[in-house]
Design a protein around this ligand. Sequence first.
Ligand code: KG4
Ligand code: ZN
Length: 351
Amino acid sequence: MWTDFTVLGIESSCDETGVALVRARAGEVPRLLAHALHTQISMHQAYGGVVPELASRDHIRRVLPLAETVLAEAGETLDAVDVVAYTRGPGLAGALLVGAGVACALGAALAKPVLGVHHLEGHVLSPFLSADPPQFPFVALLVSGGHTQLMAVREVGSYELLGESIDDAAGEAFDKSAKLMGLGYPGGPALSKLAEQGDGAAFKLPRPLLHSGDLDFSFAGLKTAVLTQARKLGDELDARKADLAASTQAAIVDVLVAKSMSALKQAGMKRLVVAGGVGANRHLRERLNAACAKAGVRVHYPELHLCTDNGAMIAMAAAMRLQAGAEDASTCYAFDVKPRWAIDSLSAAPV
Ligand code: KG4
Ligand code: ZN
């Protein structure tokens, strides 16, 4: 039974190296002692997207210095670490192997157990690190770069998929639309910044599957519609770019808000948790806040700086899994990673 313990968490699934220290106490929500992050954005920018091999090599360079920073910031040494957690998947295979290798080597050297964490479970549980943590059960809207999913979450480890994107994720729709507007990588933050100066009703863009009656999403067609509109504008594109950005954002947000509200109704729940990089989007937050206030639903978000990938959410997910008895950490230091891994294959504590 895990009661009072400290987790060192390592995230390396894509283009951010994150390390964090989280402390768990019996009967309390685990709390963050320190975290450190290195983003590879500037390194990948020259290529317009993430280059997997460069990502892996950079994780190797960053991970141990980040761990030293975190321990120093927390005023701790490796002696304080009871469990080493790492992102086991989903993500880029080579990038995942760096975090997994370092975590298992550290665990073996310290003779402490290790735990491989599902990256998306980290996102879903990241609002528990905020000043206003949610309570179970809730509907989760997970909007990361690679995933758009609605889930009914009843407890740690119990993730019932209600709907998901059948093609591009919302984050991809932001990124790809931004790219074809010449806004660079990563497109989400750039597009949403430009959208603040534009009119979201300027262009009529499709709201795919808005009235499909289910909770699935499809964003691939939207990107094509943005491309068609951009071509139609021709020389005028530069002058109308903010309007096109605002209209694209409005289309994505409309669908996310409508489906989240339907999911709450279908699950009979009054609590919504938003997680993943797109959860940092201001327009999405404003629209969800308004819709939830109207429906009497409480909505929770991660702290803005913990919406995108970080080590804190990995250490937190490990701490919560151990606290809940959903899993035990292992002293077998052989590891494998899972570049593809369905979140609804995880399990809760046995009853
Ligand atoms: O969760 P995340 O860091 O990575 C994955 O696990 O995939 O999410 C990254 C995604 C990218 O698509 C990025 O463009 C998007 O989140 N994003 C945003 C914003 N900040 C990050 N999208 C819209 N508005 C934002 N403010
Ligand atoms: Zn992520």
